[in-house]
Design a protein around this ligand. Structure first.
Ligand code: MG
Length: 234
């Protein structure tokens, strides 16, 4: 049995004992692959900077990782003035409702969260996306992609504003997670620093580090994290 499946069994067992199983899911680069958002923004930028269009036309989601300009640099494009304009163009759009529709769920993510919810978990979406620009698009994409929302056992927690620091925000969220007085069965993150935080706060839980996209200047993963490429159970 895979670690992911084992976690679902733990959810059922905790629920059967009459306690509340809690599962915490990050969104960007955990439940959702943001490559589609990067590519849509890059295509839009190519409309105003046609010099990059021949490269952009050949790009696919798998070409993207952390930075939007990496696929251009990888293909030998090094016009720093254009790349700087791209960074500005990207920054004005990436953290905005209107572009979230381009994100696709990571492999197995929708089925897994549905299964966790069916098994009795409180599904707690905890994301570095912010209130005041990303809440509408976030709820729309969760709903349209088939993630459980509006069921009474789901919760969406965004940063209070854009400038809040991600890890500090997630540290504060620990108190809210504890306030349910349930059992934190599992958490899912792409950033090792956040996953380490959860491991430290809830040592009895399973703490998953998902995929291979994370901040290049982030922390190293602690021993004890469970590393998975996606949410496929077999
Ligand atoms: Mg993330």
């Amino acid at each position: 049995m895979s670690e992911l499946q084992h976690t679902l069994h733990r959810v059922q067992a905790v629920a059967a004992e009459g306690r509340l199983p809690v599962m915490v899911f990050d969104l960007d680069s955990t439940l959702f692959n943001t490559a589609g958002r990067h590519l849509a923004i890059l295509r839009s930028f190519a409309e105003v900077e046609p010099v990059i269009r021949p490269i952009v036309d050949g790009l696919v989601h798998e070409d993207f990782s952390w930075r939007v300009d990496d696929p251009l640099r990888d293909r030998g494009f090094h016009d720093e003035a254009v790349l700087q304009r791209l960074t500005r163009f990207w920054f004005e759009r990436f953290f905005h409702d209107d572009w979230l529709q381009h994100d696709l769920p990571n492999l197995g993510a929708v089925s897994y969260v549905q299964a966790a919810h069916r098994a009795g978990a409180l599904v707690y979406y905890l994301t570095g996306r912010h209130v005041g620009g990303m809440e509408r698009g976030t709820m729309d994409t969760l709903l349209s992609r088939g993630f459980p929302v509006y069921t009474g056992r789901t919760l969406l927690h965004l940063k209070p504003d854009f400038h809040a620091e991600d890890k500090a925000f997630k540290r504060v969220a620990l108190d809210q997670i504890r306030s349910f007085n349930g059992e934190v069965v599992a958490t899912f993150e792409n950033e090792p620093g956040n996953a380490n935080l959860f491991l430290d706060a809830f040592p009895e839980g399973d703490h998953f580090l998902v995929g291979n996209v994370c901040s290049p200047d982030g922390d190293a993963p602690a021993d004890g994290l469970i590393i998975v490429p996606d949410f496929l159970c077999d």
